[in-house]
Design a protein around this ligand. Structure first.
Ligand code: MF3
Ligand code: CO
Ligand code: CO
Length: 272
């Protein structure tokens, strides 16, 4: 997700309204971004079969990388601002940007997010899912279901003429009524030509705020929903983000295209 404070976000949005830094993609670019997005989604389909107690996050990372390479892509993550691995893998109270390593082992009852961003022919596709490891408590499962529902609610706001703020308005309205925290510091983002582009898509926003969506815009929605407080802390490794209260967090992410009459989910392998 884009690493922007809410204040930075509002600055960017003000700027965007005046000189709109949001790229409208050409049909050729859209086709390229669709292809990359499908590979990212296929990687998440594939890794589902490996999510079992006992596997390390480094093994999962390497399996994802091998799959991406075999299918003509590369990971966008490795080397991005010095990030050291191919994917982000975030367990339990890790909100996002968990760094895969050989010591962290999935265990029964965990929830784990795998976030994959691919580059194919220079185009980016970005998606994540939270998986259940073995037998997960009803409370954790409900949080994961809610995070998925929050993404779906956000997607239902994507259509030409609607404002970006209505995505975050709808998501926070739903999640907060259930007593969950909606992470503020990390956001969805334009993507496709660069990893992170304008606009920065917040998951809690005032109604009717932000720029208007237009056909050809491509961006992610990726709400991070916490069991407790919305507040986060950054670990000394400079990447790993955890909840401040140590309670668990769940996230789902899609890359989306604004179409003439609504929205196309690019990061899916499902065919209509
Ligand atoms: N994929 C993340 C996102 O959703 C970004 C990860 S940046 C990395 O925007 F460097 F940690 F890979
Ligand atoms: Co993203
Ligand atoms: Co991502």
């Amino acid at each position: 997700m884009g690493i922007y404070s809410p204040f930075r976000f509002f600055f960017l949005m003000t700027k965007a309204k005046r000189q709109s830094g949001i790229i409208i993609k050409t049909p050729e670019q859209i086709e390229g971004i669709r292809k990359s997005s499908k590979l990212a989604a296929a990687t998440l389909d594939m890794i589902a079969g490996y999510i079992k107690p006992g596997i390390t996050t480094e093994e999962l990372d390497n399996v994802c990388n091998a799959f991406i390479l075999k299918n003509g892509g590369v990971s966008a993550c490795i080397g991005y601002n010095g990030y050291p691995k191919f994917t982000c893998i975030s367990i339990g109270d890790v909100v996002c940007h968990g760094i895969p390593n050989g010591k962290t082992i999935l265990k029964d009852g965990d929830i784990v997010n795998v976030d994959v961003t691919t580059i194919v022919d220079g185009y980016f596709g970005d998606t994540s899912r939270t998986y259940l490891v073995g037998n997960v408590s009803p409370g954790a499962k409900k949080l994961v279901d809610t995070a998925k529902k929050c993404l779906d609610i956000g997607i239902s706001e994507v259509r030409p003429g609607n404002r970006f703020g209505n995505i975050g308005y709808a998501i926070a309205n739903y999640a907060e009524k259930l007593g969950y925290g909606v992470v503020r510091e990390y956001t969805g983002h334009g993507t496709g030509i660069h990893f992170h582009e304008e606009p920065y898509v917040v998951h809690k926003a005032p109604k009717d705020s932000g720029a208007k969506m237009e056909p050809g815009m491509i961006f992610t929605i990726e709400p991070m929903i916490n069991l407790g407080t919305h507040k986060t802390k950054l670990l000394p490794d400079g990447w790993t983000v955890k909840t401040q209260d140590g309670k668990i967090s769940a996230q789902f992410e899609h890359t989306l295209l604004v179409t003439e009459d609504g929205c196309e989910i690019l990061t899916t392998t499902e065919t209509e």
